[in-house]
Design a protein around this ligand. Structure first.
Ligand code: KG4
Ligand code: ZN
Length: 354
């Protein structure tokens, strides 16, 4: 019998994240109805290996996860000062993501489950992001969520663990992808989001006129490929005329365009949220890698004030991929009684709320 059956609320959970270019592990402990105790966490970022290619190379990512997970696991067990036998459940990202990396993390989790007779919990990476504000704050359900990462851009209502309603999604690129591509076009670094944000700080957001795609449409969907192409045109035009482009101004203009799209779409989503939940005073969360952008956070916070919503965002280190969010989502699944079979299949795609 697992210790968990006696004190479920205080279960100790191991989480493994390997769906993209961060190898991240964490051990957390449930804490009644409060935020969890984080016993140990660590992360190895593969950025240096992928930077020369200007994007994540799946094969390199999978090999790096296979190399690093055992080392990180040893390290957090020491830091948390526990044995693997003290852990109540082992969780790993099982979907969506780059399949090689996901398979590596999930296989490690399965092996540990067999070796130590522990339950497996397969975690949807997007659920990890969706619940991430609750790692450090008591954000009550339901809340409106803007999930903006490298792979996804969605607006959802989070009614509870495992209960999501999709209100809108991107019809082409994600916002994070657009940030990364614009940074690549300008040659300012990888990953693109932080580089663009840094350049934008000293730029004029009105310097370049860029489109705000889909902002006249009632459904709160997004489209960013046209915006990306518009940035490319600006760069090409400058090259044709042998003019030096002001990268700071272009980054600021691009970031403002993304932010305007978010604000416009979220305003519509807020009306839908109020209609669907009958709440006059709402709660709004931004999560995922793009939520680390302080300009975007501040604009969303202002929108929330105007629309009578409380605004929440995870701490910066839990916006981008991390092991704690996988352990936390796994803990919530564990407390609901969910367990995954040992032949659970990793998936490259697995949307929330559909
Ligand atoms: O959530 P995440 O770590 O990975 C996925 O699940 O995709 O998100 C990574 C994405 C990248 O596209 C990265 O450029 C973007 O988040 N990002 C940012 C910032 N920090 C990371 N985008 C805008 N501003 C930032 N400060
Ligand atoms: Zn992510």
């Amino acid at each position: 019998m697992h210790a968990s059956s006696i004190t479920d609320q205080s279960a100790t959970i191991l989480g493994i994240e390997s769906s993209c270019d961060e190898t991240a592990l964490a051990i957390i402990k449930g804490n009644q109805n409060n935020t969890p105790l984080i016993l140990a966490e660590n992360m190895f970022s593969q950025i240096e290996s992928h930077a020369p290619y200007g994007g994540v190379v799946p094969e390199i990512a999978a090999r790096a996860h296979a190399e690093k997970i055992p080392l990180l696991l040893n390290d957090i067990i020491v830091k948390a000062n526990i044995n693997l036998s003290d852990i109540d459940a082992i969780c790993a990202t099982s979907e969506p993501g780059l399949i090689g990396g996901v398979l590596v993390g999930l296989m490690v989790a399965k092996g540990l489950c067999v070796a130590h007779n522990k339950p497996l919990i397969a975690v949807n990476h997007l659920e990890g992001h969706a619940l991430s504000p609750r790692i450090t704050q008591n954000v009550e359900f339901p809340y409106l969520l803007l999930l903006a990462s490298g792979g996804h851009c969605q607006i959802l209502i989070v009614y509870g663990v495992g209960h999501y309603e999709l209100l809108g999604t991107t019809i082409d690129d994600s916002a994070g992808e657009a940030f990364d591509k614009v940074a690549k076009m300008l040659g300012i670094g990888f990953p693109g989001g932080p580089a663009v944000e840094q350049y934008a700080q000293s730029g004029d957001p009105k310097a370049f006129k860029l489109p705000r795609p889909l902002t006249n449409i009632e459904t709160p969907n997004f489209s960013f490929s046209g915006l990306k192409t518009a940035v490319l045109r600006v760069i090409e035009k400058h090259q044709e005329h042998n003019q030096t482009i002001n990268k700071h101004d272009l980054c600021a203009s691009f970031q403002a365009a993304i932010s305007d799209c978010f604000i416009n779409r979220m305003k519509i989503a807020m009306t839908l949220f109020k209609q669907k939940t009958n709440l006059y005073h709402g709660r709004c969360v931004v999560a995922g890698g793009v939520a680390a952008n302080m300009f975007i956070r501040s604009k969303l916070e202002i929108l929330c004030q105007h629309q009578n919503f409380d605004f929440f965002a995870p701490p910066l280190k839990y916006c981008t991929d991390n092991g704690v969010m996988i352990a936390y989502a796994g803990l919530q699944r564990f407390l609901k009684g969910d367990r995954s079979p040992l032949d659970y299949k990793a998936k490259a795609r697995s949307p929330l709320g559909v």
